[in-house]
Each structure stands twice: as structure tokens, then as C-alpha cells.
Design a protein around this ligand. Structure first.
Ligand SMILES: Nc1nc2c(ncn2[C@@H]2O[C@H](COP(=O)(O)OP(=O)(O)OP(=O)(O)O)[C@@H](O)[C@H]2O)c(=O)[nH]1
Ligand SMILES: [Mg+2]
Length: 426
């Protein structure tokens, strides 16, 4: 592993009166900073009735902050919120330090972790959109990637700033065009799936709750040795792209399981917007599995954030199963089911059958059990059911193949003219 020297940082937060989760969000800011190779050396907090529009913190606190920043010469100052362009400008000029905010930390982590082309483009769009209004105040050390070189003398009279802005706007436009064609391609794939009527199930939840681990244990349970596992790791935002896997249960019922990017409180809105196309899967899901790290004392807050984010994406009101994961780290009994909730451990693979039971109830409730007789000249119907239904018994009779099966009502109706329903005759 590459050894990078960690740059010192001072974190700053303002606690508003109604903010009950302030301490937690400051802890989270430390983790976000650590993920960006910044080491928090000091912290400044303030209780206030409202945010100061010019400097974010009260003017009395500026001097205190400047003094704190003296602890380390090259310390950057990180604010636990998204700062406005003018706040950044004002703060940088009063403090003579690089000032960054929670948003840029998250954007940087996303940029570093993005693996697929699409995720990379999405993060870049979000970063550029964030930078655009902040260009003038930004210090050279930050964000001005690819600026400058080779563009001298274009559009005489244009300032460097205007040039930068125009280049960024052009770049955003080009990226968005490229993204649109990717989205269109995926939409076609999704439509195709819809035609096949395979239920789509999405794993959603706070970052690090165990979505990818749960996906992997489902794959291992129903497709052992397939090597289709996804990346799971103990870090913020291990997953930045949706991956879809087809899961086929032993009785032939199959569904698509989608792993998605985790949510975090104050997820930058540019990022939510940029990732909207990736997360479109979620809005069209037949079922959500909301994965919760029940061992985290803050899991209720995580659930709220997840639900708010889903709402912002337009994915509210979708049938949901709550998967209280990491129960092995608690004193709770597991596996345990209560209504539409299950306590389980993805790590130990405990509770997977029970979860599957809940999934069955939620998405395979349109199945019928029938006994049918398919004439021999309709052999293709038999092979269709062998492929798509749970065949419980077969016998060959004079008039045709007799199948005892459990199949989707839609399939039953689709081939209704091609067989005799023996169940009705008995
Ligand atoms: N003890 C315990 N650890 C778990 C369990 N499930 C997942 N983990 C661990 O939690 C960490 C995060 O797991 P992931 O599956 O990557 O979580 P995620 O929700 O996909 O995270 P993001 O992709 O970052 O949003 C990993 O270190 C897992 O090994 C569990 O049931 N018990
Ligand atoms: Mg993941």
C-alpha cells in the first residue's frame, strides 16, 4: 500500500438548537476526513440559533479558529456542512487557510472509489457542478485540475476565471451527453427485464450496513461457487455502482437482486442528482430490502436518513423488508422475524432462509398450484414450464404430459389455451 503523509485538519461544526445528532455527525466528519487522508488535530464547535451567512460561524469564533489552526502549520479547515461560495471566500481570506466542507470530502471519496466508467462520469459531473460557483475563491491547491495549460490566447479579453468557467461548463455538458447514452442503454435492458416480469429487488441502506455482504451471501447460498460476488469492505462508500445479480431459488422462482451505493447524512445534493440515474433501479424496484446495521447505536438515525434519501429519489411507498443486520454483534436474538422485519447476520450467513421466506411472501404471491395436461403437440409449453415453473410431478399419459406444478398466474393464463387444467376437472 502506498504510504501517504496525512495532512492535518481542524474540523468545525455549528450545532443548531434542533440538531440532536450533532455529535454523531462530527464523528462521521472525522471518518470522512480520515478516508481522505486528513488527520483531525483539533475541533471547534459552536451552539447557535442560526448559521452566520457571511462566515458560517459567529464572528467571535473566527479568532478562536485562527488560533486553533496555528497548532499545525499546514492544517486545512473542514466545515461540517456545505458552505456557500461566499462563505468559503470570506473564511479563506480571514483565516489565510484552505477551507473545505463536508461536501467536497464526500465528493473526493466518491471520486477515488468510483470503478465503473459511469460512476466516474457521475462523480466528475457532481464535482464540476460543485466547483463552478466556487471557482473565484478557490485556492490553487484545490480542484483546479486540468486548468490552464494550452488555452492561452483563446478569446482575447476573457479573464482566466471566465475561461475556466466556460471550460467547465463545456466539460459538464460533454459528460452529461455521454452519461445519457449510458442511461438509455440501461433503460432498454430494464425494459427487457420488465417484459420477462422478473421481480426486481434492491438492497438499500446506510453506508457500511452490510448490503454488499448480504448480496454475497445470497449469491453463495443459491449459486455456490459462481464467483459472482461483489466488493464488500469495512469502509465508507465501498460500493459506488449498482450491480445486479439474478438469483434463482431451488424451486425455479427467480428475481434480480441489486446492490446499491450506501447513503450518508447530508449526502451532497449534486451527488444525489448525479447518481440519480444509477439509483433509478431503486425507484422501479418491486421490493426494497432496507439493510440496517443494528449494532450501531445510531441505526435509527441511519434509517431516517435512508428514508429521506429514498424520498428525495422518488422511491417512497415501495414495499420494504427491514433487514436488521450484524445481529451477531448485539445481544438480540437472531434469526428472528417480526412482520416485515428480520434480524440476521450476513457475516455468519444466519437468517438467509428466513429472509428468503419474506422475499417469497412479498414478490411471489401471484403463484398458483395446478395440475395440467399438455397435449404432445404442445411440447414447447412443457419445456417453458420446466424452465420457469416449479414442477412437482410429471407423468406421461395417452393424451399428453401431465404436470403438477406451481407457476406464476400470468404464465398459467398465457398458455391457458394450450392445456387442459385437470385440477378443475377433479
Ligand atoms: N459482524 C458483522 N459484520 C458484518 C455483517 N455484515 C457485514 N459486515 C461487515 O460490515 C462491513 C461493511 O459491509 P459491506 O457489505 O461492504 O457494507 P455496505 O452496506 O455494502 O457498505 P457500502 O457499500 O459502503 O455502502 C464489512 O467489513 C463487513 O464484513 C454482519 O452480519 N456481522
Ligand atoms: Mg456495498
Amino acid at each position: 500500500m502506498e504510504q501517504t503523509l496525512r495532512q492535518p485538519a481542524v474540523i468545525v461544526g455549528v450545532q443548531l438548537q434542533n440538531d440532536l445528532h450533532f455529535d454523531y455527525s462530527m464523528d462521521e466528519l472525522r471518518n470522512l476526513a480520515a478516508a481522505c487522508n486528513l488527520e483531525v488535530v483539533a475541533e471547534l464547535t459552536q451552539k447557535a440559533a442560526k448559521i452566520n451567512s457571511a462566515h458560517y460561524i459567529g464572528s467571535g469564533k473566527i479568532a478562536e479558529l485562527a488560533q486553533l489552526a496555528e497548532t499545525a502549520e499546514d492544517a486545512v479547515i473542514i466545515f461540517n456542512d456545505e458552505l456557500t461560495p461566499s462563505q468559503i471566500r470570506n473564511l479563506e481570506s480571514s483565516l489565510d487557510r484552505t477551507v473545505i466542507d463536508r461536501t467536497i470530502l464526500i465528493l473526493n471519496i466518491f471520486a477515488e472509489r468510483a470503478q465503473t466508467k459511469e460512476a466516474q462520469l457521475q462523480v466528475e459531473v457532481a464535482r464540476l457542478q460543485y466547483m463552478l460557483p466556487r471557482l473565484s475563491g478557490m485556492r490553487e491547491s484545490l480542484g483546479r485540475q486540468g486548468g490552464g495549460a494550452g488555452l492561452k490566447n483563446r478569446g482575447t479579453g476573457e479573464t482566466k476565471l471566465e475561461l475556466d468557467r466556460r471550460r467547465i461548463e463545456e466539460r459538464i455538458y460533454a459528460l452529461q451527453t455521454e452519461l445519457q447514452s449510458m442511461v438509455a442503454r440501461r433503460q432498454i435492458q430494464r425494459k427487457q427485464r420488465h417484459k420477462n416480469e422478473v421481480p426486481v429487488i434492491c438492497l438499500v441502506g446506510y453506508t457500511n450496513s452490510g448490503k454488499s455482504s448480504l448480496m454475497n451471501v445470497m449469491i453463495e447460498t443459491y449459486h455456490p461457487g459462481s464467483g459472482k460476488q461483489v466488493f464488500a469492505k469495512d469502509m465508507l462508500f465501498a460500493t459506488l455502482e449498482t450491480s445486479v445479480r439474478s438469483i434463482r431459488l431451488p424451486d425455479q422462482k427467480s428475481f434480480l437482486l441489486t446492490d446499491t451505493v450506501g447513503f450518508v447524512s447530508q449526502l451532497p445534493h449534486h451527488l444525489v442528482k448525479a447518481f440519480r440515474s444509477t439509483l433509478e433501479e431503486v425507484t422501479e424496484a418491486d421490493l426494497l430490502i432496507h439493510v440496517v446495521d443494528v449494532s450501531d447505536p445510531q441505526h435509527k438515525q441511519h434509517m431516517e436518513v435512508t428514508e429521506e434519501t429514498l424520498k428525495a429519489l422518488g422511491a417512497e411507498g415501495i414495499k420494504t423488508i427491514y433487514a436488521y443486520n450484524k445481529a451477531d454483534l448485539t445481544d438480540l436474538a437472531y434469526p428472528d422475524i417480526q412482520k416485515d422485519a428480520i434480524w440476521l447476520s450476513a457475516k455468519q450467513g444466519k437468517g438467509i432462509e428466513e429472509l428468503t421466506g419474506l422475499i417469497r411472501k412479498a414478490v411471489f404471491n401471484d403463484y398458483v398450484q395446478r395440475e395440467i395436461l399438455v397435449p404432445y403437440d404442445r411440447g414447447s409449453v412443457v419445456s417453458y414450464f420446466n424452465e420457469h415453473a416449479n414442477v412437482l410431478g410429471v407423468s406421461y399419459e395417452e393424451e399428453g404430459t401431465r404436470l403438477k406444478l406451481e407457476c406464476r398466474l400470468a404464465d398459467y393464463e398465457r398458455f391457458r389455451d394450450d392445456f387442459v387444467d385437470v385440477t378443475l376437472e377433479d
